[in-house]
Design a protein around this ligand. Structure first.
Ligand code: CMX
Length: 463
């Protein structure tokens, strides 16, 4: 695994060579659970030895501002699946997004990575082979059926309930199927926890597109059936078909979308929530549903909906051909009314999000003349200098949410309050891969210490 933690972009050639070597090792099995079972004891040993040597070594300091400031900059979590660099953006097991686009397996004739490949990479640290990815597609297709009570729940949901609330409720209710919860109740040994979390994660990932497509068809269409899963097709292809779309270019977009939204290291609201709730040994369904409720916040995943709402207002007020002056005026109006510019800024990133850049590249390739894309491009030129002028915004550049909606609109998926559901389907890949490792490494219940302001003042005075 450590082989892939090369941190410079110049390392691409090296990574290609390394991936070939790793492929040779991982070629042996298309059984992900067996591959994990072989890796886990070695990683447990590596972490045990590391803790033995460095258990008391300090990795940072905590200031009062950090405590009141959303714990920014506190190094307090371990996350194996991805690491976020402030300037460079996300690396999944050491690979940047462009590297993943090059190295991960693709659908026949396709150009974008398959999310199945990304999941294999997040779980194992290895770039998978085509055969390994195909096996995952097949397994997810075979595990996709929903129990009747979840279908009934969704079909009885009023369409006034936000799609994210429907999503979270359905996933919570699905915990009736949890193999981990059943095994725990029957007294399974803790060394086996990861195996049941793995099974639940595979089942849940398989079922998420069916839940999400049912929500879409019930809320925005006539509620008619979502059609059958084709076990010879990949996860994104089946999902896009179930939503009711069959444009091959849109399916390619979904492969890219579901890959890039999957993971953003451990401290963001959705990932941290799943990790925290899972640490109480809540099963993967309950833990993931909790993460979805965090993703539904406007400062996190709901920002992709907010961006479109904001762009629609902008279009209504100034039209598609807004001048730079009109754009500036609209942006200042947003800021002066005490609102944020959605899709811009980030708690960790300090440059344009590479997830924004790869979606922009997709748009430049497939929809360069789309008026909404052109508006998004013009907004990109105008917003950062204004946010810098404000003086307090640490990152004036766009994040992933500033670009996803325009692509979905282009292919006809125009219902913007559905967008965060797509984000949620993708996010499952990262947070559930992490959860398998959390249990494999035996991480304990999370319980940081909190202080009252009085207690803190007293402690500092004494110091
Ligand atoms: N528009 C206006 N003001 C912004 C801003 C933006 N896009 N981004 C940050 N600021 C403001 C903050 O609200 C804060 O103001 P106050 O001190 O008055 O409270 C100040 O600048 C400093 O904030 P920061 O340290 O730069 O940013 P944070 O780490 O606190 O917050 C984030 C990060 C993403 C919540 C923030 O940039 C934001 O609200 N952006 C818009 C919403 C958005 O796009 N969220 C999606 C993020 C990606 C994701 O998780 O999906």
């Amino acid at each position: 695994m450590a082989l892939f933690r090369v941190s410079t972009t110049k390392g691409l050639e090296l990574q290609k060579a390394l991936s070939q070597i790793c492929r040779q090792f991982s070629d042996a099995s298309t059984d992900l659970k067996a591959v994990m079972a072989a890796k886990i004891p070695k990683e447990q040993e590596r972490v045990k030895n590391f803790r033995k040597t460095h258990g008391n070594t300090k990795v940072g300091e905590v200031t009062v501002d950090m405590m009141y400031g959303g714990m920014r900059g506190i190094k307090g979590l371990v996350c194996e699946t991805s690491v976020l660099d402030a300037d460079e953006g996300i690396r999944f097991r050491g690979l940047s997004i462009p590297e993943c686009q090059k190295l991960l397996p693709k659908a026949p004739g396709g150009a974008e990575p398959l999310p199945e490949g990304l999941f294999w990479l997040l779980m194992t640290g290895d770039v998978p082979t085509d055969a390994q990815v195909k096996q995952l597609s097949k397994q997810w297709a075979e595990r996709a059926d929903l129990p009747a009570h979840v279908v009934t729940l969704l079909n009885n949901m009023p369409n006034t309930v936000h799609p994210m609330s429907q999503f979270s409720a359905a996933v919570t209710t699905l915990n009736s199927e949890s193999k981990f919860a059943k095994a725990y109740a029957s007294g399974v040994h803790k060394s086996k926890y990861w195996e049941y979390v793995y099974e639940d994660s595979m089942d849940l990932i398989a079922k998420l597109p069916v839940i999400a497509a049912t929500i879409y068809r019930n809320t925005f269409k006539d509620g008619s059936g979502i059609g059958a899963i084709d076990t010879s097709k990949d996860w994104s292809c089946n999902f896009t078909h179930m939503l009711g779309y069959d444009d091959p270019q849109f399916i390619e977009l979904m492969r890219l979308y579901l890959t890039i939204h999957s993971d953003h290291e451990g401290g963001n609201v959705s990932a941290h929530t799943v990790h925290l709730v899972g640490s109480a040994l809540s099963d993967p369904y309950l833990s993931f549903a909790a993460g979805l409720n965090g993703l539904a916040g406007p400062l996190h995943g709901l920002a992709n909906q907010e961006v479109l709402v904001w762009l629609q207002k902008l279009r209504q007020q100034v039209g598609d051909k807004a001048t730079e002056e009109q754009l500036k005026e609209f942006i200042w109006k947003t800021l002066k009314s005490g609102q944020v510019v959605p899709g811009y800024g980030h708690a960790v990133l300090r440059k344009t999000d590479p997830r924004y850049t790869c979606q922009r590249e997709f748009a430049l390739k497939h929809l360069p003349n789309d008026p909404l894309f052109q508006l998004v491009s013009n907004v990109y030129k105008v917003v950062p200098p204004i946010l810098l002028e404000l003086g307090k915004v640490k990152n004036p550049w766009p994040n992933v949410d500033a670009h996803s909606g325009v692509l979905l609109q282009y292919y006809g998926l125009s219902e913007m309050n559905y967008y965060t559901v797509l984000f949620g389907v993708s996010r499952a890949l990262g947070v559930l891969a992490s959860m398998v490792w959390d249990r494999a490494l035996g991480l304990p219940i999370e319980r940081p210490k909190s202080l009252s302001t009085d207690g803190l003042m007293k402690a500092l005075k004494a110091a």
